[in-house]
Design a protein around this ligand. Structure first.
Ligand SMILES: Nc1ncnc2c1ncn2[C@@H]1O[C@H](COP(=O)(O)OP(=O)(O)OP(=O)(O)O)[C@@H](O)[C@H]1O
Ligand SMILES: [Mg+2]
Length: 469
């Protein structure tokens, strides 16, 4: 999320009523910070050493502790150790970033660290980010509680305008019998939306039957969908009902509908028009009352233009379309989704979700997510396991980068999806770096030289794109 564009009103609201404990044995720094934060509308209490911090945590816990690591008597690390299990977040101040104490503090659950000498605006930025995340966590939790009462299943997470639009559409169509087409790249949540439509529809007491049209060759798919009569072909020893029949009084989810052959499309069109099917080898029409939900990650208009998809079927399907934008176009949903997946994927039944360092979250926000929400979910799940229940740091975030394999930036596709130039360039840059590293057999100096940048620049880009050697 861009700091510049963040709504000032929301920031003020997040700060309202917050109490911050500033802990430093250095009177000068403590005074400076207190004064600055007070000017920014935050109420401040002070501590001069670790003992005072622990006492304050016990007596009247603040919303946040900003604490120097090096303090006499009880230092910051000791304080963090002794306050494990407390819900109060810490931001620590250290002499060097990436130093041992900074790393140790993060592992002990400090939300973030600031290196001295610091810039006051940077301190404020870090604090605002924390307050924002706390609000998001609360929102996810209360949504979850509300929903938990009604629907223990999966729920759709997202606050971006694009997702709000999706919720509205779901609300509008769920109660109707209309056919719905869900479009979007892989992993954007098409199946989740289909499930949500079904479970809010008048067909919800019936089954939701799923068929992936890309998974089966034509004749098998035809059999799956329409069933067959006994003896309709060698090997058809029994009559078998197809999925359309099984979905009677329920919904059928046709995934990757763009992969249907023209022959099956013709039969499918008939289902939509006549609300009846004929089994393979059969002669009687069988009525089916089923809600059709189709999904595609192709652009069906293009398929129609290329003659691979029937236009009449397209019009029938396209009455109501719900488009799920790629994750890179709704980055404001990322922190919420991260919280959601941390909650969903606990480390061996731990009663608390794992926490994530702000550095790791930033890395996640910067990545382009070619595999969208599914890739994000897998990345978080893997990180939780790697961190073994501890705080997730940047070391635990490993991008699988499905697009790396392709080696070619699909500029045309990205343009069709209205990817901003920034995203296209980022993708190209990432691929160039991977290629250079591979050609140099992982030798970073060599790769940097090939790319005409210095090692430092290469490292920082590798970090941005989540690439390791
Ligand atoms: N907005 C969301 N909120 C919460 N979870 C989500 C969201 N979108 C996707 N997911 C989760 O991400 C995973 C992938 O979603 P889903 O299977 O619905 O994607 P898809 O669009 O059908 O992908 P594909 O085209 O590859 O089949 C699922 O585990 C789903 O629960
Ligand atoms: Mg799917």
């Amino acid at each position: 999320m861009d700091n510049e564009v963040k709504d000032d009103g929301a920031r003020q609201q997040d700060r309202a009523g917050k109490r911050v404990l500033v802990a430093d044995d250095d009177n000068g720094i403590r005074g400076l910070l207190s004064e600055y934060l007070t000017d920014e509308g935050i109420s401040v209490i002070e501590a001069r050493n670790g003992q005072e911090v622990l006492a304050a945590l016990k007596v009247d816990p603040p919303d946040l502790v900003v604490m120097d690591i090096r303090m006499p008597e009880l230092d910051g690390i000791a304080v963090l150790r002794q306050s494990q299990g407390s819900d109060v977040p810490f931001i620590v101040m250290t002499a060097y970033g990436g130093s041992n104490s900074a790393i140790q503090a993060t592992q002990l659950g400090a939300y973030d660290y600031i290196t001295k000498p610091f810039d006051l605006d940077e301190v404020m930025f870090t604090i605002d980010r924390l307050f924002e995340r706390q609000r998001l966590t609360r929102e996810v939790r209360s949504l979850r509680e509300q929903v938990g009462k009604r629907d223990p299943g999966e729920r759709i997470i997202g606050i971006s305008p694009a997702m709000q639009e999706v919720y509205k559409m779901i609300g509008r169509v769920a109660g109707t019998e209309s056919t719905v087409l869900i479009s979007g790249e892989t992993g954007t949540g098409k199946e989740l939306v289909a499930q949500t439509i079904h479970s809010n529809s008048t067909y919800r007491s019936g089954p939701l039957i799923k068929v992936n049209c890309a998974a089966l060759p034509e004749t098998l798919l035809e059999n799956e969908l329409f069933g067959h009569e006994k003896g309709s072909y060698t090997g058809a020893t029994e009559m078998r009902r197809g999925r359309f029949e099984l979905a009677h009084k329920g919904s059928i989810f046709l995934d990757e509908v763009g992969e249907m052959s023209l022959n099956i499309q013709r039969k499918f069109l008939r289902v939509l028009q006549e609300r009846e099917i004929e089994r393979v080898g059969g002669t009687v029409a069988i009525k089916v009352d089923t809600r059709v939900i189709a999904a595609t990650n192709r652009r069906l208009e293009d398929e129609v233009a290329e003659g691979r998809f029937r236009q009449d079927l397209y019009y029938r399907l396209n009455v109501i379309t719900i488009h799920l934008p790629p994750l890179r176009e709704r980055k404001e949903d990322i922190p919420l989704l991260v919280e959601h997946f941390l909650d969903k994927h606990r480390y061996s039944d731990s009663d608390k979700p794992a926490r994530i360092s702000s550095e790791a979250l930033q890395m996640i926000e910067q990545y382009v997510w070619p595999g969208n929400v599914r890739e994000l979910e897998n990345t978080i799940e893997r990180a939780v396991v790697m961190a073994q229940g501890g705080v997730l740091t940047s070391h635990h975030i490993i991008f699988s980068g499905r697009s790396e394999r392709s080696k070619i930036v699909d500029v045309a596709r990205m343009l069709r999806e209205q990817a901003p130039l920034r995203a296209i360039i980022a993708e190209a840059e990432k691929l160039a770096i991977i290629e250079a590293l591979e050609q140099a057999n992982g030798d970073r100096s060599k790769a940097a030289a090939t790319l005409g940048i210095n090692r430092q620049q290469l490292y920082s880009r590798m970090r941005d794109y989540g690439l390791s050697a």
